[in-house]
Design a protein around this ligand. Structure first.
Ligand code: RIB
Length: 311
């Protein structure tokens, strides 16, 4: 069982179910409205916990009903909330998700308390970071807090995983240099490297950009195609599992949480871990909402065994 410390966002997702996205100037009706627990960091934490990892979470909620709701959701999933602080007079992060019938989504974030996270919050969890198998972060919380966590991890020899989502261009070089494994999608990769991901050659060049900064492992996620995996020993596309998508929300987050739970510190089982992570996210896309759709280890392992038996 891995111990994983996650620095990240906590959101309540407000889901607007629509046939298609509205055009500029158009008014449309939603067919349904639902809410679910979410946030990139929180989803990754739940994916890790359901993959049987011990998860320590560093984050912030507001002193509102959503904050209490999310803390309860964390506890129900067995996530350690010692380092989740409450910001007074602040709202908990929220996401407004336009979910199309195709299963694709468009997301607008209200950061709320997520953006109150500081390096001092991170330092309180220093001992946990130093005894983790991995430290994981994304971009829905402030970068200075992530850099602090990655510095502590690097000093202690603990590998770091950066999920550079949502995409941004102003990433400090120091953060990339403190990253051991990076997991951008095609858009995120291009916004960092300036290289459009169009074919295997461009994937290799993009991966080399990161390797040149000292990043040991690169996984460029390619949606339905799978993911391009690159280390000093391995460069290949690991195909995705084909399923019918109902809601792609948290598919990428499930991949990260499951990966961090499965992976060895030296990344020696990267390909096997990517297959496990990819199978996990294939479950997430098949039902609605972030937390509710993230699978447990038993479900994923059973499905992988069935695949093996069926050749
Ligand atoms: O990655 C999916 C998540 O992004 C959603 O749960 C939403 O909260 C946004 O943070």
């Amino acid at each position: 069982m891995n111990k994983v410390t996650i620095i990240g966002s906590i959101n309540v997702d407000n889901i607007l179910h629509v046939k298609n996205l509205p055009q500029p100037g158009e008014t449309i009706a939603m067919s349904n409205f639902s809410k679910a627990a979410g946030g990139k960091g929180a989803n990754q934490a739940v994916a890790g916990a359901r993959a049987d990892s011990k998860i320590i979470f560093i984050g912030r909620v507001g002193d509102d009903e959503n904050g209490s709701y999310m803390l309860n959701q964390f506890k129900e999933n067995g996530i350690d909330t010692t380092y989740v602080s409450v910001t007074p007079n602040q709202n908990t992060g929220q996401a407004y998700i336009l979910l199309q019938e195709s299963g694709q989504n468009s997301i607008i974030i209200q950061h709320g308390a997520n953006f109150d996270l500081t390096p001092a919050d991170v330092r309180k969890a220093e001992n946990e970071i130093r005894t983790s198998n991995f430290v994981v972060a994304q971009f829905e919380t402030p970068i200075p807090a992530t850099i602090e966590a990655f510095r502590i991890a690097r000093q202690a020899g603990i590998p770091t995983i950066l999920n550079p989502a949502p995409a941004r261009e102003d990433i400090p070089q120091e953060l990339l240099e403190l990253t051991d494994l990076i997991t951008p999608n095609e858009t995120e990769s291009e916004s960092i490297t300036g290289i459009a991901v169009t074919d295997e050659e461009s994937m290799r060049k993009s991966a080399d950009y990161f390797h040149d900064l000292g990043v040991r492992g690169v996984i460029i996620t390619l949606g339905k195609t799978g993911s391009y995996v690159s280390t000093s020993k391995l460069q290949e596309i690991v195909p995705a599992f084909t399923v019918k998508a109902v809601d792609t929300t948290a598919a990428g987050d499930t991949f990260i949480g499951a990966l961090a739970s499965e992976l060895n510190r030296d990344l020696s089982n990267l390909k096997e871990s990517v297959i496990y992570a990819s199978k996990s996210s294939s479950f997430t896309v098949q039902s609605l909402g972030a937390f509710p759709s993230i699978p447990r280890r038993s479900t994923v392992e059973k499905a992988l065994k069935e695949d093996e038996l069926n050749g």
